[in-house]
Design a protein around this ligand. Sequence first.
Ligand SMILES: [Zn+2]
Length: 186
Amino acid sequence: MLCPFCSHKDSKVIDSRDAADGTRRRRECLRCGLRFTTYETAQTESLLVVKNDERREGFSGEKLRTSMAMACAKRPLPLGAIDKIADEIETQIIESGRAEVPARLIGEMVIERLKVLDRVAYIRFASVYRDFADLESFREEIDSLLEPATEAASANQLSFLEDEALPSAPRRRGRGRPKKPQPGPA
Ligand SMILES: [Zn+2]
């Protein structure tokens, strides 16, 4: 966002609050020091995303939410978790003051957060950013691979929302072969 007084491109946010029509930010120009107000919705329209093939397109918070929602489909996430992450990322990008942001960077910001939020969603999303052609088939494969292992992983994240783990489920033993006496040092 250019300063409306001197057209300088760098400003700092001195106040930020959510309003019904977007986030209102009070900014101070780093060159002339004058203050002005911006709204997140107005700013994001001018932010460009640079795709891997160098094409540019306008940043879309909606698109960000949609791609995250796909990765999080049917996962037991708290209400609003996707919006919260999308808002965080959008805010972080805007506050960086950049006019253009690489799609790869946005992808990494999402991956970083999904990794903490939900392991399956994280892998689904990461797979898209590694150019898997068919998300649906990859998702099914990963889901089947991960379901047994996620019981332990989800115990500290959202297990209260999931079906109780079966107490009678047999524990998996070590998958290696039984240990045999090793030959002595060569
Ligand atoms: Zn200025």
